[in-house]
Design a protein around this ligand. Structure first.
Ligand SMILES: Cc1ncc(COP(=O)(O)O)c(C=O)c1O
Length: 365
C-alpha cells in the first residue's frame, strides 16, 4: 500500500476533496520580475516602521505578546473615531475572515456573498463545512437585491470589491445590514484607495463587522496584520474564537507605528491613486475597457476576449499580473498599480504584444 492510499480517511472528507486557495505567484526576492499580481503597495512602509523594527529588543521576543494588541487597538481606535474595545487585531485580514466563518457558520449556518469576489471565501467555507451561497453580480457589479434574502448566518460584501475594483455606496450597505437578520461583514481590505468607507455603520448597526488590512495602504503585506471594527459585543465574541496570541510582538509594534504615521500613509496612498489614474488612461488608449477603480488595482477588459493569451505573453517577459479563469472575469486582466516605472514597462510590453494583430482586433482575425 502506498503512502497516499494509506492516508485516505486521515482527513475530513471535505478537506480531502478541497482545492486550496491559489495565491498569486511570488517570484524570489532577487528576481528581476515586475510583480503586479498580488496587489501589494509598490512603495515601502513608513520610515518610522523601519525605525521601530531596528529597535526591537530581545525582551520583546522572549516574552509572549499582548494577547489583544492593545497598543494597536488604541491607535486604530483614535484614527477610526471608535473605542479600543471596538477593535480586534488579526494576523492579516485573512485571519479575520477565518475567525468570522468559524464564529458564525457551520453545516446549518451558511455564508453568502456576491460573485465574482475574493476567492478565499469559498475556500474557508469549505474548510468549515458550511454552505456558500453565491449570488451573481449584474454586469455593472451592483449589489444584488437577492443578497438580503438568503437567510445566511454571515453575509460578506467585499467593498471595494476584488477583483472588479468597484465600490458600492455606504447607504446601500447600511440598508442591506438593516434588512439582514444576521451578521454583515464588509471586507474593506482595499478601502484606503477609495473615497469613503463604512466605519460609520458600526455606530448605528449592531450586526456590522468591518475588515481592514495593513497590507495595502500601509505597505505591510509581509507583516501580516489586519483588524476588525465592530460593536464591542461582536468583538468580544470574535475574541473567543481567535488564537490566544494571534498577532506577534513585532507585528503589533510595527503596525502601531504604521497606523500612527497618517501623514506618510496619506502621501503613499495619493501616489498610488495618481499612478492608477495614469495606468487606466494608458490602458484605455491600448483599447482595453477599464472601469474606474477604488482599489490599488485595475481590471482591464480585453476587447478581443483573449485575456488569457495576453497574460501568458506577459509572463514570458517576466511581467506578472493576475488572470482568473472564472465567469464574469475570464476576459479581463487584474493589474496591480505599480510605480510609474513598473507601469511603463507593463504598458510597453502590452503595446508590443498587441502589435500582433490577432491579439488586437475584436474579431480575433
Ligand atoms: C478582498 C481581500 N480581503 C482580504 C484580504 C486579506 O488581506 P491581508 O490578509 O493581507 O490583510 C485580501 C488580500 O489580498 C483581499 O484581496
Amino acid at each position: 500500500m502506498t503512502f497516499l492510499e494509506r492516508i485516505v480517511g486521515y482527513f475530513r472528507e471535505n478537506i480531502e476533496k478541497a482545492r486550496s486557495y491559489e495565491p498569486g505567484f511570488q517570484p524570489s526576492q532577487t528576481d528581476e520580475a515586475i510583480k503586479l499580481n498580488t496587489n501589494e503597495n509598490p512603495y515601502p512602509p513608513s520610515p518610522k516602521v523601519l525605525k521601530v523594527l531596528s529597535e526591537i529588543t530581545a525582551e520583546q521576543l522572549r516574552r509572549y505578546p499582548d494577547p489583544q494588541g492593545n497598543a494597536f487597538r488604541q491607535a486604530a481606535a483614535e484614527i477610526n473615531g471608535v473605542q479600543p474595545d471596538n477593535i480586534l487585531c488579526c494576523n492579516g485580514g485573512d485571519e479575520l475572515l477565518n475567525i468570522a466563518i468559524r464564529a458564525f457558520c457551520d453545516e446549518n449556518r451558511p455564508v453568502a456573498y456576491p460573485v465574482p469576489t475574493y476567492s478565499l471565501y469559498p475556500v474557508l467555507a469549505n474548510i468549515q463545512n458550511c454552505k456558500a451561497i453565491e449570488i451573481p453580480f449584474d454586469s455593472e457589479f451592483n449589489l444584488p437585491a437577492k443578497l438580503s434574502a438568503t437567510g445566511a448566518a454571515l453575509t460578506i460584501v467585499c467593498n471595494p470589491n476584488a477583483p472588479t475594483g468597484t465600490f458600492i455606496n455606504v447607504g446601500e450597505l447600511a440598508s442591506l445590514a438593516d434588512e439582514l437578520k444576521r451578521v454583515l461583514l464588509i471586507d474593506e481590505a482595499y478601502v484606503d484607495f477609495a473615497e469613503t468607507n463604512c466605519t460609520s455603520l458600526v455606530k448605528d448597526l449592531d450586526n456590522v463587522i468591518i475588515l481592514r488590512s495593513m497590507s495595502k495602504g500601509y505597505s505591510l503585506a509581509g507583516l501580516r496584520f489586519g483588524y476588525a471594527i465592530a460593536r464591542t459585543e461582536l468583538i468580544a465574541g470574535l475574541m473567543k474564537v481567535k488564537d490566544s496570541y494571534n498577532v506577534d510582538a513585532v507585528a503589533i509594534a510595527l503596525a502601531t507605528a504604521a497606523i500612527k504615521d497618517q501623514q506618510y500613509f496619506k502621501e503613499n496612498v495619493e501616489k498610488v491613486k495618481e499612478n492608477r489614474k495614469e495606468l487606466a488612461e494608458q490602458l484605455r488608449l491600448l483599447n482595453f475597457e477599464v472601469p474606474n477603480s477604488s482599489t490599488n488595482f485595475v481590471l482591464a477588459k480585453s476587447k478581443n476576449g483573449k485575456a488569457g493569451e495576453i497574460y501568458d505573453k506577459l509572463v514570458q517577459r517576466g511581467i506578472y499580473i493576475r488572470y482568473f479563469d472564472l465567469p464574469g472575469v475570464d476576459d479581463k486582466l487584474r493589474i496591480t498599480v505599480g510605480t510609474k516605472e513598473q507601469n511603463q514597462k507593463l504598458l510597453s510590453a502590452l503595446q508590443d504584444i498587441l502589435s500582433d494583430a490577432t491579439l488586437r482586433s475584436p474579431s480575433g482575425t
